[in-house]
Write a protein that binds this ligand. Structure first.
Ligand code: TRH
Length: 381
């Protein structure tokens, strides 16, 4: 069934909004042959994820997706069959009128932020009446049945497993980033907001008996890293050895290369929403720096996810993981929490693969969206 989809993305801050919508748009094109336009109000953010994009172009095709600069002065345009406003961004008024004027009403969806909280399944798919007689549906991603699932491209798990089993491919990829492996080193990737717990963690890693290589794509954590390393600035491509810890500063990678970085590492520190999901698809233990919300609302999200994730872990491993994530998010001692987590690392590694397989047995978010549209058309007929 061919249809036209419009996805609207307003970049609030960071890369999660554009990261999710760009990934979804590509998947809808590649796997479902849909015509997709992605409207983005901040081309610079898109350029970070897709360096070959042309920021000067008002409209351009990238990997089959028409990426359009979403300007204040919105052009007259025909509404698509399916309209996704990502993360409750406000659609242009003239576009909402165009939707209402279509002979066949489009399906209007608000794609929400990801949360493991219980209430999500109860709200997923609910309609909300809009002025002018239209309806908008809430579409919630999620980890459990009854939610919209998670973004996962076809064949992702097998591609990842083949890569992880291929030492030569991993070596080539790391070499392309200028990384030479130290003997017996564990690899850790680091993507986080500013974080005062970093120093304690790095002290611990530097004092361990075996090497750790910390792979850090450029970003907000750099100032904390500079402070700990005792240097003024960090040069991209540089590396610094302190005790048994070698820190590498990498460029910000394309989404596909970032996936491969996660797949190469024994442990991944990630943040926000999209990298958090990608680290779960990597099948390796992870450390989540959650996006802070007002009045500490993010703690409910963190707790809900941990309750779900730790369900099948032994009490010892679950405690170790909880304490580690709490410390990383500002509640507890990072050094002690890391030492305790190290003891459970084997169990955490095995669990990460089991968890990934469990998630991958559910329909992915793009499939769920397409199915939602089909069901909606049947109901409307
Ligand atoms: O950038 P983020 O902190 O985004 C956040 C969250 O989405 C949060 O929920 C939201 O409210 C806030 O933005 C506004 O983290 P996130 O979600 O992981 O997005 C980062 C994207 O960047 C993701 O698509 C992965 C990608 N990425 C790369 O492509 N290359 C890289 O080198 C790195 C480090 C990330």
């Amino acid at each position: 069934m061919s249809s036209r989809w419009d996805i609207f993305c307003s970049v609030v801050d960071n890369y999660g909004d554009i990261g999710v919508t760009w990934r979804l748009a590509r998947q809808l094109v590649v796997e479902y042959g849909l015509e997709v336009r992605l409207w983005v109000d901040e081309p610079a953010a898109f350029l970070r994820l897709c360096p070959r994009a042309d920021t000067s172009a008002r409209s351009q095709y990238v990997e089959g997706v028409e990426v359009i600069r979403w300007e204040q002065d919105f052009p007259a345009t025909a509404a698509a069959d399916v309209v996704i406003e990502a993360f409750a961004c406000t659609l242009p008024a003239s576009y909402v009128v165009a939707m209402a004027e279509r002979a066949e009403r489009p399906l209007w969806l608000n794609l929400e932020y990801l949360s493991a909280e219980d209430w999500v399944a109860g709200c997923h798919g609910l309609p909300s009446p809009q002025p002018g007689g239209q309806q908008k549906f809430f579409f919630f991603p999620g980890f459990t049945e009854g939610t919209g699932g998670l973004l996962r491209e076809a064949g992702l798990t097998s591609r990842r497993q083949v890569f992880q089993a291929d030492a030569e491919a991993r070596g080539e990829f790391l070499a392309s980033l200028g990384i030479a492996l130290l003997p017996e080193a564990q690899l850790i990737s680091l993507f986080a907001y500013e974080n005062v717990a970093l120093a304690e963690w790095l002290d611990m890693l530097a004092s361990q008996s075996t090497y750790t290589q910390l792979l850090v794509p450029r970003g907000r954590i750099e100032s904390d890293l500079c402070r700990w390393l005792g240097v003024e600035v960090l040069g991209e491509g540089g590396c610094w050895l302190r005790g048994k810890l070698q820190v590498h500063l990498l460029p910000f990678l394309s989404q596909d290369r970032y996936d491969r970085l996660l797949w190469c590492c024994n442990f991944n520190a990630i943040r926000g929403e999209d990298s958090f999901v990608r680290a779960q698809w990597a099948g390796r233990p992870l450390l989540w720096h959650i996006y802070r919300q007002e009045e500490g609302a993010h703690w409910d999200k963190l707790t809900a996810f941990l309750d779900l994730y730790c369900g099948a872990l032994s009490p010892m491993a679950a405690d170790a993981l909880r304490n580690l994530w709490h410390a990383w998010n500002g509640q507890g001692e990072m050094g002690a929490a890391w030492a305790a987590a190290q003891v459970e690392m084997q169990a955490l590694s095995e669990h990460a693969e089991t968890w990934c397989a469990k998630l991958a047995s559910r329909p992915d978010l793009a499939a769920a969206l397409v199915q939602f549209h089909r069901n909606w058309l049947l109901c409307a007929a």
